[in-house]
Design a protein around this ligand. Structure first.
Ligand code: FES
Ligand SMILES: [Fe+2]
Length: 350
């Protein structure tokens, strides 16, 4: 029985940072329910391919070595180029042209190493992720990075952004953001909201502008108290889990200690909220027909937008008549005390 009525989405997804695959090196990865190898050739280009050598199945990310623009298998020394073509068998005068490895388009931008994943290898990138002008302006400091693995489908995490009402109950915030607009254009989603932030100097009106570049990457700009840029990525590990990485950049406030303190406080708050959301995501059921309040956020518009990234019409759960998809029973996770228990107790609902 599948956990969700949808498969792994397609798009640009972060699989590492440029520093994590530095020099001429190879690294084992697991995303999109696949074993992968990421390697950087000597001129500096990043390659991501399926992990297993077509000769006898060795994992190229465990002991594979890079020389020039080729990766060499640790098992019998066969070599492959960045297109996944076999270019040398050291103990034969011929190559094996049937020994091909699937490769994935890569893009390194905004401090993230992205991969284009689509279940069909013939379908190449359908949109771009632009370089952010702020990061070249010299006015922003960062990044401060966080990273989490969540036992839930990436779509569930994305839905959190349009859910204004949960802030009060999960995050115990005094003020709830108000979504002022939600517009989509093909793979792009543009959401604007306003939020009042209590500060020691009174309440400040803040603005949040969130741009989604497909399901995997979004850019969130906070303004009001201090300009903060958050570059987020959500990458499917498999159909029931994903990894998020947040990179925070803060507009320099002049002196670096103040900037760093403000940035650390902001990151800590966003991370605290993320950890409060996690037990909800991991234990919730997915309802295909949620019972919404008229003042709830644009849930169905979000789901319609997200649905375009499912290429496989007959993915898991397709044709399933259920409207409720429960999570697995995880005794070890049941023992964890969710942070939200405390927040609920404060609201007198515990
Ligand atoms: S398994 Fe890779 S060269 Fe033999
Ligand atoms: Fe949240």
């Amino acid at each position: 029985m599948s956990r969700y009525p949808f498969p792994i989405p397609y798009g640009w997804f972060q699989v590492c940072t440029p520093e994590e695959v530095a020099g001429a090196s190879a690294k084992a990865l697991f995303y999109f329910d696949r074993h992968l190898v990421a390697w950087r050739d000597e001129p500096g280009e990043l390659h991501v391919m399926d992990a297993f050598c077509p000769h006898l199945g060795a994992h190229l990310g465990h002991g594979g070595t890079v020389e020039g623009c080729e990766i060499q298998c640790p098992f019998h020394g066969w070599r492959f180029d960045g297109d996944g073509t076999n270019v040398d068998i050291p103990y034969s005068s011929r190559t094996n042209q049937r020994a091909r490895i699937r490769t994935y388009p890569t893009l390194e931008v905004n401090g993230k190493s992205l991969v284009w994943f689509h279940p069909d290898p013939e379908v190449g990138p359908r949109w771009d992720v632009p370089a952010l002008p702020e990061l070249d302006s010299g006015e922003f400091v960062g990044p401060v990075r966080t990273r989490h693995t969540v036992m839930a489908h990436a779509q569930e995490l994305g839905e959190n952004a349009v859910d204004a009402a949960h802030f009060r109950y999960v995050h115990n915030t005094a003020e709830v953001p108000e979504i002022t607009s939600y517009e989509t254009d093909g793979p792009m989603a543009d959401m604007r909201s306003v939020q009042r932030f209590p500060t020691p100097r009174g309440v400040v009106d803040g603005k949040i502008e969130s741009l989604g570049y497909g399901p995997g990457v979004s850019i969130v700009r906070f303004s009001g108290i201090v300009d903060t840029l958050l570059v987020t990525s959500t990458t499917p590990i498999d159909e029931g889990s994903c990894e998020t990485r947040f990179d925070f950049y803060t507009r320099s406030l002049g002196d670096s200690e103040t900037t760093s303190n403000v940035a650390q406080a902001f990151v800590a708050e966003v991370d605290r909220q993320f950890l409060e959301d996690m037990p909800v995501w991991e234990h919730k059921a997915h309802l295909t027909r949620p019972a919404l309040a008229d003042t709830d956020g644009p849930f169905m518009a979000f789901r319609k937008w997200y649905h375009q990234f499912y290429a496989e019409a007959d993915g898991p759960g397709a044709g399933d008549e259920r409207t409720l998809f429960p999570p697995p029973h995880w005794p070890e996770k049941m023992a964890e005390t969710p942070a939200r228990a405390t927040a609920s107790a404060r609201h007198g609902r515990g």
